[in-house]
Structures are given as C-alpha cells and as structure tokens.
Design a protein. Structure first.
Length: 261
C-alpha cells in the first residue's frame, strides 16, 4: 500500500546475484529478466482493477452472522475508481437464478458491497459482479462459500487491454477461497490462480520484444543495484569471516534462495 519495495536479502546473497547477472550466461537469470521486461511492457498497455472478496462472521451457533462482501481496492490505467462496479448480486441459493439480494452501492465503508445473513452453519453465497457497461467486461460470478473465521479475504486482479470481451460471464470457483488473476486480451479471458500462469498470459499478449532485447533492457537496472550491493559488501568485509566453501551446506542453501529470486 504505497512506498518503495525493498529486499531483505543479505549482502552476501546480493553479491552472488550481481556476479550471475554480470556473467550474462545463466539461463535462469535470463528467463527471469525476460519475464520482468515482458510484464512491465504489458503493464504499460493495459488497465487493472483489484477486487477483494470474502466475508466476516460473528456470534455462535444459530446466532452466527455472516457478512459477504466485494470491494474495489484500487484501479490503474483508464479505469476510474468510482463506479467501475455497477452492482453485486448475492445468492445463497445458487440453484435459482434470482439473487437473494442486490447491492447497487458500496454502502459499507470498510467492506464495500455487502450482504449479511445469519445461519447456524456455513452456506454458499455466490457473488455476481456487474461492471460498468462502457468497460466492456463480462459478469464475474464468484462461487463462494462463507467461512467461520472472523474475517476471510482474497483478491482478484483483472488485467484489461483495450476492446470488448465476447464472453457474457466468467465463473470463478472460490471454494476454498483463493486469489485469482484474470487477463483479458484479444476479446477473450484467461483465469488463473497461479501467478506463473498469469505472467505467461501477460507475456504472450505483448510479443513485441525478443527475449534477448528484453533481458538486456531488464538487466541494466538490476545489475546496477546488485553491483552497488557488492561494493558495499566489499568495503565492509574487513575483519569478517570468510565465506563458506562451495561444497558447504550453508552456501548450497544460499544458492537455492538466489535461484528462487
């Protein structure tokens, strides 16, 4: 929520990353740099909407109250924050098409669009999100089941390019509750609960830069930051114990973390 991202990696780990970036012959580094460049290019050509859904609960037994909610967290690009969601239908009887309740305004300041219902047990509460007509987006049906925890919240990122989508409705199975990414491109949607699949979809929608160009462009700022870390580590290394040998378990563990980065 605002602020600049920072790394909690050790100076030693940053030095090894700097060396691998500078070498330019590590396929894993090349793959990550290419992916970063493609995602940054995709971000410049699309708009995004971040939704949060879930429920809060209170009470016990037959007096337990569940409030299911849908909230717009933030928007980027050409999507205006106010009014991008026209209404939300809440349906505790998914077998029937008529919703139990419809919220046309985000009346709850903390939860947004909300619906409260008391029951002695968990129950399905499907949410159908209707977006503003001019956005050209299909309805989003979140197939949700309320949870007993005090608050359950997950997020859905909508990544949108220009043009209308041919689909009328997107169904998202949210039982158990989980995050999701929906990428819109070429009049179609790709829904995924894996950040890797989402990244692949975003990269495929760009397709303008070659892998070599993307890696080269992305490597420059990363190499500069890593080199600065290496310089700091070198100036402060006097009197410090030597790094473990190549075959030691400590170094092997650090290498694994570097590759995860």
């Amino acid at each position: 929520s605002g602020g600049k991202a920072s790394s909690d990696a050790s100076e030693e780990l940053l030095c090894r990353v700097a060396a691998r970036v500078a070498a330019g012959d590590d396929p894993q580094i090349e793959m990550q740099l290419t992916s970063l460049q493609q995602l940054e290019a995709a971000r410049k050509t699309s708009s995004r909407m971040l939704l949060e859904y879930g429920n809060v609960s209170s009470g016990r037994g037959s007096k337990r109250s569940y409030t299911t909610f849908l909230k717009v967290i933030v928007t980027e690009g050409c999507v205006a924050d106010k009014g991008c969601v026209a209404k939300v239908d809440f349906n505790i009887n998914p077998g029937y098409s008529k919703p139990t309740s419809t919220a046309k305004e985000p009346a709850d300041k903390k939860l947004g669009f909300a619906f409260e219902y008391a029951m002695a047990r968990q129950y399905p509460c499907f949410m159908t999100v209707h977006f503003r007509p001019d956005l050209g987006l299909p309805k989003l049906n979140i197939e949700y089941v309320v949870q007993d925890e005090a608050k359950t919240a997950r997020r859905i990122l909508l990544d949108m390019s220009t043009g209308r989508v041919a689909e009328k409705e997107i169904a998202f199975e949210a039982d158990p509750p989980r995050n999701a990414w929906i990428h819109f491109s070429g009049g179609r949607s790709v829904l995924s609960t894996s950040h890797l699949n989402f990244a692949a979809a975003a990269a495929a929608s760009v397709g303008a830069s070659s892998g070599a160009e993307a890696a080269s462009a992305a490597r420059r700022p990363i190499a500069a930051k890593a080199a600065a870390a290496k310089s700091r580590a070198g100036s402060g290394s006097r009197g410090r114990p030597a790094a473990p040998s190549e075959g030691s378990s400590s170094r092997a563990g650090s290498r694994s973390r570097a590759e995860d980065c």
